[in-house]
Design a protein around this ligand. Sequence first.
Ligand code: HPA
Length: 245
Amino acid sequence: MHLAIIGGTGLSQIEGIDEVRHQVVSTPFGEPSGPVTIGRMQGCQVVFLPRHGYNHRIPPHQINYRANIWALRELKVSRILAVAAVGGIHPDMGPGSLVVPDQLIDYTWGRPSTYYEGDLDSVTHVDFTYPYDASLREAFLAAGRALDLPMVDGGTYGATQGPRLETAAEIRRLERDGCDVVGMTGMPEAVLAREAGIDYASLNVVANWAAGVHDGETVSMKEIEKTLSTSMRQVRRVLKEILGG
Ligand code: HPA
């Protein structure tokens, strides 16, 4: 059974994959974000899919999450390592931090977010008490230890609708709710993986302080891009370590 990497902002392309081929996968839910890249990394079979497309043109609320996860399932993927850029809310999770969340809260709306609708034999409710797979979370953390790269073990991810960034009041509300980081793509990706029976964990790369965390400051896309270009080099090392180890 295969391992897949879903790349986010700053990780639309993957390097270090050999024997590469690209496969277009059609699904009953429409087109995935692009053809899936299949190859070998560190000798391991790996499948790669950039959730925003290869040229980063699909905004978070228009990603076809159902098609993406379905395509991976069709390819017999049983484990997904997701990478996602986030804003930092918790004081220990500033720009440049790597966070392996263990919980999430979903604030998104209007996104097709289940496979269990339409022509059903029976109503199904998946368990989602612990949204992230413990052994894949540990794989991220172990790679961080092996590479001497600090990672935050645990935290709550708040999934917002986007594509706009949040207001300061929205971030204060997320903070009161217990969110430590905020991003726009963590849901419904995580729950669809659960419904599809695929283990899933996410590595969150903090690109900026979330809106209003520091009084009077606004969020700069320039800062986000700059932080991500450094941090994604670390993420590539982490993925290599997981696949090689
Ligand atoms: N908010 C939501 N999503 C994000 C942010 C943010 O501040 N930074 C990177 N992705």
